[in-house]
Design a protein around this ligand. Structure first.
Ligand code: NAD
Length: 274
């Protein structure tokens, strides 16, 4: 063994510098895993590396939309893990909100590139390592907005449906390689994406008071560690979808039997609908 991982299990995380990715990096580090954290944000990666200890991780700048950059990042990771990868965690993501026509075309294209093409780049690049690792898991961050299409985050929601559909299909395909495939559908998670994504229609961002007042119900504000626990849970089982919190699954179930009711409830949450 020549790499820093020294035979430890390993996880490759995109968007690893912040929020859900960072919480997952810390959780797996605490379980004795070797962590690869990849992100655009080099400053935050440097502080994570310091927290985890340089011998326990590899951190590197990566733009998931750049296939060549992705392949180079995978090669750097493989050099530390002797060609193995127990979990690929496609987690990097960005948000866009507002009415469809208020979001500039270029911003929408970037959203699709990061949230969906980035996942495809990851899977193409990591597949040889996943195949070479017994019981490996290909895991991605979808969203509660992939239960029912969500107005005012319509394309974001569509990218997350794409991730969810890809997960289901590849879960069947990759069984022949011995690779499991799963995803998480988080609700409202307390991370920077919530605060930093302006509504393109009116320029507003959720205030601290608004976020902190979400204390009850399916869309209560939850810590990123709750999603990290779902990733950990997914490694131990064959379950495909990890809803955080688990009761979010009811949107998926109820829309089959009560589609007008669910559509009406989502419509009522829009401004001006009272
Ligand atoms: P976050 O903003 O804290 O983290 C996202 C990270 O992705 C950032 O560090 C950012 O630098 C990185 N990133 C963005 N574009 C990138 C690119 N092109 N290449 C590499 N890295 C890039 O937000 P988060 O909530 O931790 O987001 C993680 C994932 O969770 C995203 O896919 C997001 O869509 C999803 N999600 C979040 C919530 C929520 O409520 N926070 C809910 C459902 C799903």
């Amino acid at each position: 063994m020549t790499g820093k991982a020294r035979g430890r299990k390993s996880i490759f995380i995109t968007g690893g510098a912040s929020g859900i990715g960072r919480a997952t990096a810390k959780l797996f580090h605490g379980k004795g895993w070797f962590v690869g954290a990849f992100d655009l944000n080099e400053t935050a990666l440097a502080s994570l590396a310091q927290e985890l200890g340089n011998d326990n991780c590899i951190t590197r700048k990566l733009d998931v939309t750049d296939k060549q950059d992705y392949e180079n990042a995978i090669a750097a990771f493989a050099a530390e893990t002797d060609g193995r990868m127990d979990i690929l965690y496609n987690n990097a993501g960005i948000g866009e909100s507002g009415w469809f026509e208020d979001i500039p075309y270029e911003a929408t294209m970037r959203l699709v590139q990061v949230n969906f093409i980035g996942v495809l780049n990851g899977i193409y690049s990591a597949l040889p390592l996943l195949k070479a690792t017994p019981n490996s898991l290909c895991f991605s961050t979808s969203s509660s907005s992939a239960t029912h299409g969500m107005p005012r985050i319509a394309v974001y929601s569509a990218t997350k449906f794409a991730v969810k559909g890809l997960t289901e299909a590849l879960g069947i395909e990759f069984a022949r390689h011995g690779i499991r495939v799963a995803d998480t559908l988080p609700g409202l998670i307390d991370t920077p994406i919530l605060r930093n994504t302006p509504n393109r229609t009116d320029g507003t961002k959720p205030t601290e008071d608004q976020l902190k007042s979400q204390t009850r119900g399916t869309f209560r504000l939850m810590p990123p560690e709750a999603v990290a626990e779902a990733v950990w849970g997914a490694y131990g089982t064959d379950k495909t979808h990890w809803y955080v919190p688990p009761e979010l699954v009811w949107i998926d179930r109820m829309k089959v039997f009560l589609p007008r009711y669910i559509r009406g409830k989502i419509g009522k949450s829009l401004p001006g609908s009272e």
